[in-house]
Write a protein that binds this ligand. Structure first.
Ligand code: SF4
Length: 280
């Protein structure tokens, strides 16, 4: 018989289940209930049925009286396996093969509003790579990433690290501009990111900087607030990943530039940079 819970307890349990589901844990509460525990409970209540090992697993206990209203967890495609290392002399050609394979891509709906597909920009042998969210209007017009106002700020950030833009590699989660610069939908990002992962595997930078929550989500494969991801170095496919704010966000809230600079200094430390160049 279902237990009757007060509204506050019930809501707390729903929140707890949602929390575990967001963590990717969905099965633990469906496991067969331990027979010994049930027997002990039966002794206490004198009314619960006694289960034995021989019985099939019982259905999920209905703590809520009805199914809790929990929205389905959005799926994020796991990154593909790391490919073999591409020799430095072959990286430009390997990237061109990926570009050629993309072609006049129509794999997701974003192609409909696209002017130019934005593949990437920079040094195929860079030790430092930046990944943003997607092209904006300027990028869509020119076919290059980060060439608008946010791009100018990114250039300044790169210069502050003692580097030139030509010495790093820059790409985005999606290669076509989302309408109105909205965040890419999961199906759009999941369709496009396999190409990004292949680019990353070819360039194999020592340090990868995710610019903003969307880049961090699709690189790391799970959704988490930016605050929980910044300030540390993540292991990523044999590389080091650092998460910071997107330059477009910094244009809206310049007070966070100090925090972003702390993130970039972490990247510089990993690269052994003071004011030295990083091209290999
Ligand atoms: S966003 Fe990526 S997958 Fe979608 S159409 Fe453009 S290149 Fe193709």
């Amino acid at each position: 018989m279902a237990r009757q819970l007060d509204a506050a307890t019930r809501e707390a349990l729903v929140e707890r289940v949602r929390f575990y589901r967001d963590l990717g844990l969905t099965e633990f509460y469906r496991r067969p209930v331990d027979a010994a525990l049930l027997a002990a409970e039966a002794d206490e209540t004198q009314s619960a049925p006694v289960y034995t090992e021989a019985q099939p697993p019982i259905a999920r206990p209905n703590f809520f009286g009805e199914e809790p209203a929990i929205s389905a967890r959005k799926s994020i495609t796991a990154p593909p396996e790391i490919g073999g290392a591409v020799p430095a002399s072959d990286r430009a050609a390997a990237l061109q093969i990926i570009r050629d394979e993309l072609g006049d891509c129509t794999r997701c709906a974003l192609h409909k509003g696209r002017n130019k597909l934005v593949f990437a920009d920079g040094d195929p042998n860079a030790r430092l790579m930046f990944v943003g969210e997607g092209p904006g209007a300027d990028e869509d017009a020119q076919g290059l990433p980060f060439v608008g106002r946010a791009g100018q700020l990114l250039n300044n950030m790169i210069a502050a690290m003692g580097l030139k833009r030509e010495q790093v590699y820059i790409a985005n989660v999606v290669k076509c501009r989302p309408p109105g610069n909205r965040t890419p939908e999961p199906d759009e990002a999941n369709t496009c990111t396999p190409f990004l992962f292949r680019q990353i595997d070819v360039v194999r930078p020592q340090v990868l900087v995710a610019l903003g929550a969307t880049a961090a989500t699709y690189l790391l494969g799970h959704r988490q607030p930016l605050a929980g991801l910044r300030g540390r170095v993540h292991a990523f496919r044999g590389m080091q990943l650092i998460v910071t704010y997107h330059p477009a966000f910094l244009l809206r809230d310049p007070r966070q530039k100090k925090e972003a600079w702390a993130d970039l200094q972490m990247a510089m430390k990993e690269l052994g940079l003071s004011k030295a160049a990083t091209s290999r």
